[in-house]
Design a protein around this ligand. Structure first.
Ligand SMILES: [Zn+2]
Length: 122
């Protein structure tokens, strides 16, 4: 589904979107499952056992989503600029956005200049 060597910004954003969706869905079913268990313990054991399954389903989605998150961080740290750098010229600490990290180009507001990181062999 994801080609790690040729990640575009769109794909990275998709990865984060998938992650958020999975965690949100997982959290919803996790909480719903807890309610099923709580009500089920008073009313019906069937509902309680359905609740256990629902809680586990929610947990699985959350874990799955979080593994996407660590994959995303790994790709970014492996192939792209870090989230924070010191400007090459003035040395001020800068926070980079996704676009800057992926493109290797960043804007320094202190120098009022755009810089590009390049890999040049000696
Ligand atoms: Zn600078």
């Amino acid at each position: 589904m994801y080609n790690e060597d040729h990640f575009s910004i769109g794909q990275l954003e998709q990865l984060i979107q998938d992650q958020t969706e999975r965690v949100n869905i997982g959290t919803f079913w996790f909480i719903a499952g807890l309610f099923f268990i709580l009500i089920g313990l008073h009313r019906s054991l069937e509902l309680a056992s359905l609740g256990i399954g629902t809680v586990l389903f929610g947990l699985e989605k959350i874990i799955n989503g979080n593994s996407l998150r660590s994959r995303y961080s790994k790709i970014l740290s492996q192939y792209y600029l870090p989230a924070e750098i010191d400007c090459l010229k003035c040395g001020n600490n800068l926070e980079l956005d996704l676009q800057e990290r992926v493109s290797g180009k960043y804007f320094c507001p202190f120098c009022n200049q755009t810089f590009r990181f390049t890999i040049e062999p000696e």
